[in-house]
Design a protein around this ligand. Structure first.
Ligand SMILES: C[S@@+](CC[C@H](N)C(=O)[O-])C[C@H]1O[C@@H](n2cnc3c(N)ncnc32)[C@H](O)[C@@H]1O
Length: 262
């Protein structure tokens, strides 16, 4: 009874949100000159940040990266660099379920390709009246070639050479916390669709939260025609998130004819 009422309420909120799409102007508070900011970091983080800065062009961060998000973006860039540094320049790249796309600066620095961010719940509103989509679109204006779309990843066609998918909903608990209509909880169908978006030699990075999710993710991947490299627990000098994260690097390698292999 209570769960039915809760679901009805979620459905009603979702319907309303889909009709109230207007966003107040979204503001970002750009970090500006990175130099003094990096100089203040603890030694291990500064050394890693310098190494990343030598390898990647972070100049667009001064206008495009919010102060609050610099550490998170250094963390994300660190993870991309550690685990995907051999990925060739993509023709098109995709970030699945990117919310307001806090990690666009790192994605773009890592591979300055045309990135698309897709988010199902893009009309979710902040207290200042801006929506996720409004904020994300403001961010895309600051990174060449980036674009954002509100909707389900299942509406997209491929191919994409690089896909990042941070914290897909694969357990009911995490899904329930975000108050999305139940019909959107479909880990199997979404995984199949996202794998189908990969180009012949494309790479998908999936990141999950906690050991339980990692176990579920492992099982989901095991039953599919996909090559998987388990990255294990992700380590970084930036303790960016409270709950430990685990990574899976996937490719379908259609060109090499290894579909069916794991
Ligand atoms: C746990 S959040 C992760 C957000 C973001 N990637 C991050 O790391 O902060 C999962 C996100 O996926 C989105 N999502 C769920 N199903 C989706 C779908 N079918 N297509 C696009 N986005 C989806 C949710 O709305 C939510 O914002």
């Amino acid at each position: 009874m209570w769960s039915t009422l809760r679901e009805l309420r979620i459905q009603a909120d979702w319907w309303l949100k889909g009709r109230l799409r207007w966003s107040a102007p979204a503001r970002i508070d750009p970090v500006g000159d990175l130099e003094p900011w990096l100089a203040d970091l603890p030694e291990n983080q500064r050394a890693r940040a310098e190494a990343l800065r030598e390898r990647y062009d972070l100049s667009s961060w001064s206008t495009g990266c919010d102060r609050e998000d610099v550490e998170l973006n250094l963390y994300h860039l660190d993870i991309l660099d550690q685990h995907l540094s051999d990925v060739p320049a993509p023709t098109r790249a995709l970030d699945v379920g990117c919310r307001a796309w806090w990690n666009l600066p790192a994605n773009h620095a890592f591979r300055p390709a045309p990135w698309l961010g897709i988010e199902l719940d893009g009309h979710q509103r902040y207290v200042d009246g801006a929506t996720r989509a409004g904020l994300a679109r403001r961010r895309t204006e600051l990174f060449e070639g980036a674009s954002y779309r509100t909707g389900s990843v299942t509406e997209l066609d491929g191919p994409y050479d690089l896909i990042v998918w941070l914290l897909p909903y694969i357990t009911p608990g995490a899904f329930g916390a975000d108050r999305l209509p139940r019909r959107y909880f479909s880990p199997d169908a979404l995984l199949d669709h996202v794998l189908g978006l990969l180009s012949e030699q494309g790479t998908l990075l999936i990141i999950n939260q906690g050991e339980d999710e990692a176990r579920v993710q492992r099982e989901l991947l095991a039953s599919r025609s996909v090559e998987v490299t388990e990255l294990g627990r992700l380590e970084s000098p930036w303790p960016a998130f409270e709950t430990e994260r685990y990574g899976f690097r996937c490719s379908v390698n259609r060109a090499a004819g290894v579909e069916g292999a794991r």
